[in-house]
Design a protein around this ligand. Structure first.
Ligand SMILES: Cc1cc2nc3c(=O)[nH]c(=O)nc-3n(C[C@H](O)[C@H](O)[C@H](O)COP(=O)(O)OP(=O)(O)OC[C@H]3O[C@@H](n4cnc5c(N)ncnc54)[C@H](O)[C@@H]3O)c2cc1C
Ligand SMILES: NC(=O)C1=CN([C@@H]2O[C@H](COP(=O)(O)OP(=O)(O)OC[C@H]3O[C@@H](n4cnc5c(N)ncnc54)[C@H](OP(=O)(O)O)[C@@H]3O)[C@@H](O)[C@H]2O)C=CC1
Ligand SMILES: CC(C)=CCC[C@@H](C)[C@H]1CC[C@@]2(C)C3=C(CC[C@]12C)[C@@]1(C)CC[C@H](O)C(C)(C)[C@@H]1CC3
Length: 502
């Protein structure tokens, strides 16, 4: 038995998680997907969603009224079960708060004239790209995990390789409709109720219940022409990555760093015309995992160009859950496994969460890093060095984004639009004697010092004071007082801190 496991059962549950995943979770994931697919298809066929919307919003209002009638004696949260969310842990508060059913799952209107799509909060990214792309449209920032929802991305945040042009998910949203704690339904935009509009992003459901969102649309083309540029050398990586991120001709920019010295920078533009010998439908079940495919290009060490079908590009990290699936199904990228069972992957993140044992949770808590840190791109090299010294996790995901100087919790302290970069650390730390709490706290302190931000789907070890230092609560506090949120919802920190999550 390997060192580090307390019991034989713990050893088996962790080492052979793949057996459970392959035999049970993959087929269950398939049925789960099919069910939602057909349910949505029927909704679409009978175009009943817009009519149902008002009725469903009234039901949200009714539940909030009842909460008021019952003396407002505890906080409210959505009734969405914690295991369904794209977040590492389960929210503890779902057991104690009043749960409001916000069962709004439909795309309401595709308004081609005004280039806006109106959606309900439980619409997922997979659903949105499947619906809009065949119509010749897309949203400018489409975060890549299929199961991410509009509500979660608005109330938290979302990022994608087009964010260097368009910003974070909230920056492509035109309006939000919310039911507030006094059961009133309000719509907010940059012009109307602007304080509320700017306070909603990163508020994690602590201002009201979101019922609809209008999102900008842009035309979609058939392919993304992607150029892979292998880069060697620390200095070069930061320099070239910054250069391509500031070039607005690039519609998509991301990089994967495989070590301190090696990375592949990827830039893309949409096109309808492809050279047929260079088309690569990376989304097909038998194709290698995307990060492995990119690693091969690093080995070739010369620039490669390919044409990837748009939806395959958007969901390129879905099949291997970035590089997380290799720890769960170690042979998942094997050619035979892909041919035979690749079409069943990935297992649903929600079902993985639902079925994980305490031993696995302990392992991920103590010996796995799952974090996205957002820092100004000017200090990319220094940040990579600090993260490597502290946890040494590779591959590292790099995704640039523009952060406008808008009111709210997250803006550049320089008070002018600034290019930032999301540094995604997902994997097993290779430093000796990794101490999850202390080492991540060190990183959080560094990120605050450089005016950066932590993505809050991940664990945060900050205290409330430290959290308030990273995220400016001035406008948020004002809006909470104005809309009487204090009696209805906890503060963000009390929903995302370690104490609030299991
Ligand atoms: C509210 C609504 C409105 C729609 N409007 C239109 C329309 O105006 N015009 C049109 O042609 N089609 C519309 N559709 C149907 C949708 O476009 C089809 O689901 C899609 O064509 C299937 O594409 P695919 O086979 O490539 O998906 P796949 O490649 O099989 O799906 C890949 C992944 O995308 C996600 N996904 C795909 N489809 C759905 C779905 N329907 N619901 C939830 N998740 C999904 C899943 O996560 C799945 O894992 C609508 C669907 C909905 C729910
Ligand atoms: N590429 C990317 O950008 C990625 C982003 N993420 C992160 O994943 C999370 C989104 O995951 P997802 O599963 O979609 O969302 P979640 O269910 O995790 O929701 C996130 C938060 O939004 C609140 N919320 C969701 N819907 C509503 C609503 N209708 N009204 C009020 N509050 C609402 C939830 O409140 P409550 O707790 O009350 O349910 C919760 O606090 C975000 O935090 C995002 O930053 C993760 C991976 C990739
Ligand atoms: C900004 C971007 C692109 C963020 C991507 C974040 C993903 C890599 C994260 C989000 C949720 C996440 C933490 C998750 C996991 C891996 C990394 C994920 C997918 C897994 C599947 C790892 C295995 C775990 O046992 C468990 C199932 C709990 C989690 C669930 C959430």
């Amino acid at each position: 038995m390997d060192k580090g496991y307390d019991t034989l059962t713990e050893y088996i549950l962790i080492k052979y998680r793949w057996a459970f995943v392959c035999v049970f979770l993959l087929p269950i994931s398939l049925f789960y997907d099919l069910w939602f697919y057909f349910r949505n298809w029927i909704v679409f066929k009978f175009t009943s969603a817009p009519k149902q919307h008002d009725k469903k919003v009234k039901y949200v209002q009714k539940q909030i009224r009842e909460w008021g009638d019952h003396g407002k004696n505890n906080y409210m949260c959505t009734a969405r079960p914690g295991w369904q969310t794209v977040c590492f842990r389960l929210p503890k508060y779902k057991n104690t708060f009043t749960k409001i059913e916000v069962n709004l799952v439909d795309i309401l209107e595709v308004d081609v004239k005004n280039k806006v799509v109106r959606v309900e909060p439980l619409v997922s990214m997979g659903q949105l790209s499947a619906t809009l792309n065949p119509l010749g449209w897309t949203i400018p920032v489409l975060p890549e995990i299929d199961d991410l929802t509009v509500g979660g991305l608005v109330m938290g945040t979302g990022i994608e390789s087009s964010s260097h042009k368009f910003g974070l998910f909230q920056h492509i949203c035109v309006s939000y409709e919310l039911v507030l704690s006094d059961e009133s339904l309000v719509k907010c935009t940059k012009e109307d109720n602007s304080d509320l509009f700017y306070s909603v992003p990163w508020s994690y459901g602590t201002l009201g219940m979101l019922t609809a969102v209008e999102i900008m649309m842009v035309p979609a083309k058939k392919y993304v022409k992607i150029t892979y540029l292998p880069v060697i050398g620390e200095e070069n990586i930061a320099k070239q990555f910054t250069a391509v991120s500031t070039d607005k001709n690039n519609e998509f920019v991301e990089a994967i760093a495989y070590s301190e010295y090696e990375a592949v920078i990827m830039t893309g533009v949409q096109t309808d015309n492809a050279e047929s010998d260079k088309i690569n439908a990376i989304g097909k079940w038998y194709k290698p995992w995307f990060f492995m495919h990119v690693m091969q290009i690093l080995k070739i060490n010369s620039t490669v160009t390919e044409y990837i079908p748009l939806r395959d590009y958007y969901h390129r990290h879905t099949r291997s859950i970035f590089w997380e699936l290799q720890d769960i199904i170690p042979f998942g990228n094997n050619k035979f496994f892909r041919l035979l069972l690749g079409w069943l992957t990935p297992p649903k993140i929600s079902l993985l969460k639902l079925t994980q044992t305490d031993a696995i949770k302990k392992l991920y808590s103590n010996n796995h890093v799952l974090q996205d840190m957002l820092v100004p791109i000017a200090i990319l090299k220094n940040s990579l060095n600090i993260f490597r010294e502290t946890c040494n996790v590779y591959p590292v995901w790099l995704c640039p984004f523009i952060l406008p100087y808008n009111p709210g919790m997250v803006y550049p302290k320089s008070r002018k639009e600034t290019l930032y970069v999301d540094i995604g650390l997902y994997g097993v730390p290779k430093v000796k004697n990794f101490r999850a709490f202390e080492d991540m706290k060190k990183i959080e302190k560094y990120v605050t010092k450089v005016n950066g931000f932590q993505m809050l789907y991940a664990d945060t070890n900050m205290t409330k004071e430290e959290f308030r230092k990273m995220f400016d609560h001035t406008l948020y506090d004002k809006v909470r007082r104005k809309f009487k949120c204090e009696e209805a919802f906890p503060e963000v920190y009390d929903k995302v801190s370690r104490a609030a999550r299991l």
